[in-house]
Design a protein around this ligand. Structure first.
Ligand code: SAM
Length: 285
C-alpha cells in the first residue's frame, strides 16, 4: 500500500469512515517527489530523532522513519488512531503522540532520546495554525538542528520578507532573530488531497548559534515585536500601547532607542527592534 496514492486515501476513508477535517487543515500529500524533497531537504540521517507535527495518515512519517533513527509524531485528531495503527504497521521506530502540538513540550520529547545525536523537526503544517506553531517552535528554542516545514506560500513569503520591508510581520522578525532561512521547495495545490485553494512552499529554518541581534530579555523582545505589529496600520506610538505601558513611558522608550514614534513596525530593522526592547527592559518597573 503506497500511502501517497489517492486510492489509498479513498480506501482509508471507506474502511474507517474517515472524513477530512477542514478545521484541522487536513490536506494530505499525494506527490511522492514532494515527500522525498522534504526528507532530503531536512537532511535526515540514522543518528537523528525527528519530531513531526501532524502525521495525517503517515505519509511523511514513514518517509522520515526510513531515513531517521526514530520519529515522534504529534497528531491532534484521535480519529486517525486506528488508521495510523494500520498504516504504520511494521515500523519499530515511530511513536505517535496524540495531542496538540501547540501544547507539547518539544524539548521534553528530545530529552527522551539522548542516544540520538541529531534532532530535526519536520511537518506539513495545517494552514490554520502555521504561524502559532512556528512561533511556538521558534520561541521555545527547542535545540533542533533544523525545522523543515511546509506552509502556505504566502506565509513562507512573509517569513522570508526582510525586516524593514512592507511584507514583513511579527513572525518574520521572530524567525529571523533565531534562524537562517532556506527555501527548499515550491509546491502546487495539486500535490494534496483534498486540494487546498492556495499553493505551498517548504522552508528550512536553521537555528543560529547566536541570535541575529543581542537583546537583554528575549521574552520582552518577542513581546515588543508582537505589540508593534498588533495593529499594522497604526504608528508604533499607538500599537505599543498594547504592552499596557503609559504613553509617557512609550515615548521615553522610543526616544531612548532613537526611533520616531510615527514610524510603523514594518519599517524597523532587527537592530531597531532590539534597541526598542532593551529600552523597555531598562524601564521595567
Ligand atoms: N503529514 C500529513 C501529510 O503530509 O499528508 C498530514 C498533513 S495535514 C496538512 C496536517 C495534519 O496536522 C493533520 O493530520 C491534522 O489532523 C494535524 N493537526 C492539526 N492541528 C494540529 C495540532 N494542533 N497539533 C497536532 N496536529 C495537528
Amino acid at each position: 500500500m503506497k500511502l501517497y496514492e489517492p486510492q489509498t486515501i479513498r480506501y482509508i476513508k471507506n474502511k474507517y469512515g474517515f472524513r477530512f477535517s477542514k478545521s484541522l487543515g487536513q490536506n494530505f500529500l499525494t506527490d511522492v517527489s514532494v515527500i522525498n524533497g522534504i526528507v532530503s531537504g531536512a537532511e535526515i540521517t540514522k543518528s537523528d530523532l525527528v519530531v513531526e507535527i501532524g502525521p495525517g495518515i503517515g505519509v511523511l512519517t514513514t518517509a522520515c522513519a526510513d531515513a531517521a533513527g526514530y520519529v515522534m509524531s504529534i497528531e491532534i485528531d484521535r480519529e486517525l488512531e486506528p488508521v495510523l495503527a494500520e498504516t504504520l504497521t511494521g515500523y519499530e521506530n515511530i511513536e505517535i503522540i496524540f495531542g496538540d502540538a501547540l501544547k507539547t513540550d518539544i524539548s521534553a520529547l528530545r530529552a527522551e532520546h539522548p542516544e540520538l545525536t541529531g534532532f530535526k523537526i519536520v511537518g506539513n503544517l495545517p494552514y490554520y495554525i502555521t504561524t502559532p506553531i512556528l512561533t511556538h517552535l521558534v520561541e521555545a528554542d527547542t535545540g533542533a538542528d533544523s525545522i523543515t516545514i511546509m506552509m502556505q506560500k504566502e506565509v513562507a513569503d512573509r517569513i522570508s520578507a526582510p525586516a524593514g520591508s512592507r511584507d514583513c510581520g511579527a513572525i518574520s522578525i521572530c524567525v529571523q532573530y533565531r534562524c537562517e532561512i532556506e527555501r527548499v521547495l515550491e509546491v502546487g495545490k495539486e500535490a494534496f488531497m483534498p486540494q487546498p485553494k492556495v499553493d505551498s512552499a517548504v522552508l528550512k529554518l536553521i537555528p543560529r548559534k547566536e541570535p541575529a541581534v543581542k537583546v537583554k530579555d528575549e521574552k520582552l523582545f518577542f513581546e515588543i515585536v508582537k505589540a508593534g505589529f498588533s495593529q499594522r496600520r497604526k504608528t508604533l506610538r499607538n500599537s505599543l500601547k498594547t504592552t499596557g505601558r503609559s504613553r509617557e513611558d512609550i515615548d521615553r522608550f522610543l526616544e531612548a532607542a532613537g526611533i520616531e514614534g510615527e514610524r510603523r513596525a514594518e519599517t524597523l530593522t532587527l537592530e531597531e527592534f532590539a534597541a526598542l526592547a532593551d529600552a523597555f527592559c531598562g524601564g521595567k518597573a
